[in-house]
Design a protein around this ligand. Structure first.
Ligand code: NAD
Length: 487
């Protein structure tokens, strides 16, 4: 399947071989080339935007029920090929096959969720200042969306933008990450199968600084929906050459607070899951944990056991492994840098700290889940996004200290609390300056509630009804009524 997608672009409902230079895509578990993508040329970018523009009016004017049905068909087509699509994702991203399959099924769920939202786009009638006027407030699709996505969740992060856009009546040009383009191209295949009209969905590929940037600057793109790093998000915000709507889902450095009243085993399970899943390459990964001092050593002892129990493998050969390869050399290098920095500044190594041993790990980007204790905010692991399997832990004395440290960051994406005492829960959740706070669980993002960051973690929302609002303009229609003639 990858060979059929290699070098291809999906524009105006058709497949073409990109004219630009080829960029190799590697399997991060083995280092082998699995195919290549084309660096889209300026003409191809223009063609994709023009195709989306041409398709816009027809798509927006369809009855909502028709758009809803198309999204249901897309969800069904994706779910029916979950195994095939998961294989593609594992080969380009490195996560174990079962995890990849789970992500594909969540993409299908997003299609069905927004299919249902598509038919619930309501307006409002607002009373006027005088009885001879009233105001209609209606929602209209923004137009052409440029979606730019990262490599850590190659299906879901495309899917949330795609499904909310299409449900709202927008058309879309998608530019996936260079590391993981084939999942997005495989989604385009499903768009074809679902008989979504030509031009409504387009996928182009190539380097972000050229192809992504061209979408940002393109006068024919009405909105940028971006997920990626805070530095690129800021650049995008600063570099648009025409005014356009933007949603920016950016990086994090997410804290967890474990109070003395917590169920310790549950907290450990949550910390290990949300720190190491997908090798820590999750924007909402727990980077740092603050534990009440009386339970600090007990927490560390249990976290060590839980981290060491995680299995690592090549995601294709060991589909049920807990962890696969990291997606490329860069996040692995950053993880090692943050670890060296913490150890140099006095952190205690609790577990991990090196690649797993064995011939099967020799050529891929593997690293053992790593925990460091006695961390301070001078260490990068406590203040910057690691985006790798490294967890920093520190003790705290008093909830106010834990809150102050948790909020002492430019980021505001997700935070986590483990506590059984409801007074503690209320105190912490109202003071944590984050877009998402998960209490006694670590699933900060679920499909039916808004998900988004604040501060340097971004603007705007995905998921839920709020995620779809990002793709609408409001229009105010103010109507004056005269007395009817011949009353
Ligand atoms: P990145 O910012 O390097 O790249 C993201 C996308 O932007 C890629 O498609 C890339 O090609 C493109 N790009 C790069 N430069 C560009 C430019 N000048 N103009 C337009 N597009 C450009 O991020 P990454 O390394 O792919 O992903 C990891 C980052 O994504 C982490 O910081 C992570 O926290 C963040 N992330 C955030 C969320 C969220 O929902 N908040 C979710 C997942 C990942």
């Amino acid at each position: 399947m990858i060979s059929e997608l290699s070098g291809k672009l999906f524009i105006g409902g058709g497949w073409k071989t990109g004219a630009g230079a080829g960029i190799a895509v590697l399997n991060p578990a083995t280092g082998e080339s699995i195919g290549e993508i084309a660096a889209s040329t300026a003409d191809e970018i223009n063609e994709a935007v023009a195709a989306a523009r041409a398709a816009f009016r027809g798509w927006a004017d369809l009855p909502a029920k028709a758009r809803s049905a198309a999204l249901h068909r897309l969800g069904d087509a994706i779910a029916a090929d979950a195994d095939g699509m998961a294989r593609i994702m594992t080969m380009e991203q490195g996560k174990p096959l079962n995890e990849a399959r789970g992500e594909i099924l969540k993409l299908a769920e997003a299609c069905h969720f927004y299919a249902e939202e598509a038919v619930r786009v309501h307006g409002e009638i607002v009373p006027g200042d005088t009885t001879d006027h009233h105001s209609l407030v209606i929602r209209e699709p923004i137009g052409v969306v440029g979606a730019i996505t990262p490599w850590n969740y190659p299906a879901e992060l495309v899917g949330w933008k795609l499904c909310a856009s299409l449900a709202a009546g927008c058309t879309i040009v998608i530019k996936p990450a260079d590391l993981t383009p084939f999942t997005a191209l495989a989604i385009a295949r499903k768009v074809e199968e679902a008989k979504i009209p030509a031009g409504v969905v387009n996928v182009i590929t190539g380097p972000g600084s050229v192809v992504g940037q061209a979408l940002v600057e393109h006068p024919g793109v009405d909105k940028i929906a971006f997920t990626g790093s805070s530095s690129v998000g800021l650049r995008i915000q600063q570099s648009a050459t025409t005014v356009k709507r933007m949603s920016l889902e950016l990086g994090g450095n997410c804290p967890m607070i474990v109070t003395e009243s917590a169920d310790l085993d549950a907290a450990v399970k949550g910390a290990v899951r949300r720190s190491f899943r997908n090798m820590g390459q999750i924007c909402i990964a727990i980077n740092r944990v603050y534990v009440a001092r009386p339970i600090y050593e007990a927490f560390l002892a249990k976290v060590k056991v839980a981290a060491e129990a995680l299995t690592i493998g090549n995601g294709l050969d060991k589909p049920d492994a807990d962890l696969g390869a990291m997606a490329s050399a860069d996040p692995l290098a950053k993880t090692k840098e943050h670890l060296a920095d913490a150890l140099a500044k006095g952190a205690r190594l609790v577990t991990g700290g090196a690649a797993p041993e064995g011939e099967q790990f020799a050529r891929g980007h593997f690293f053992r889940p790593t925990v460091v204790a006695d961390c301070t905010h001078a260490m990068k692991v406590m203040s910057e996004e690691t985006f790798g399997p490294l967890l920093g832990v520190a003790p705290y004395d008093g909830l106010d200290e834990a809150i102050a440290r948790a909020n002492d960051t430019p980021y505001g994406l997700a935070s986590y609390v483990y506590a059984k005492d409801m007074d503690e829960v209320r105190y912490l959740t109202t003071r944590l300056d984050y877009g998402n706070v998960a209490v006694n669980n670590v699933d900060a993002g679920v499909m039916n509630a808004p998900y988004g960051g604040r501060k340097q973690s971004g603007v705007g929302y995905e998921h839920g009804r709020e995620g779809m609002l990002e793709y609408f303009n409001f229009k105010h229609i103010r109507i004056r009524h005269d007395e009817p003639k011949g009353r």
